[in-house]
Design a protein. Structure first.
Length: 166
């Protein structure tokens, strides 16, 4: 990690801590400034964490419930009208499966994208490289390891297609 990235990460962590201690409109306004972009009516509840913020894009009318973590070593793109339940994790960072490679403390990023009108249920985990199309619903507690196209319900660990939604 470069010194510049360490400083950006420290700034984002400080902003998150300040917001979480006092989730006032003023602190939310400051927190929003670290994001790459955000649309109208972005609501973030207390307990929000991110690594950089600068790799996160929010659409309009996004709601993030309490205690959510967005690890944005890679890009996280969130569409319009997205609901993210409490205790959700969206992760873009991964590590080698090889024990010897992990000793090098290297990681790699894979972007995550959520389409419009997506609902991520409480406690779900979205893993690196996942794309969810418009209208996808992720059941509470699911671990999403693969991408899913539009308008479907996914559930389980690992999350699997359950049914089409209209």
């Amino acid at each position: 990690m470069t010194d510049e990235n360490r400083e950006r990460r420290k700034k984002a962590h400080d902003m998150c801590r300040t917001f979480n201690r006092d989730p006032s409109k003023g602190h939310l306004k400051k927190l929003k400034q670290i994001f790459n972009s955000f649309g109208e009516h972005l609501i973030i509840e207390q307990g929000f964490h991110c690594d950089y913020g600068s790799k996160i894009e929010f659409g309009d009318r996004v709601y993030i419930n309490i205690n959510c973590t967005l690890l944005d070593g890679g890009k996280i793109s969130i569409g319009n009208d997205v609901l993210i339940g409490p205790n959700v994790q969206i992760l873009t960072i991964n590590h080698s499966l090889s024990a010897n490679e992990r000793l090098k403390r290297e990681n790699f990023a894979s972007n995550v994208s959520l389409g419009n009108n997506v609902w991520i249920g409480a406690g779900a985990i979205i893993l690196p490289g996942v794309t969810l199309g418009d209208g996808v619903v992720v059941a509470a507690g699911s671990v999403v390891t693969q991408s899913f196209s539009s308008s479907c319900l996914v559930a389980g660990n690992p999350a699997k297609y359950k049914k089409a939604l209209t």
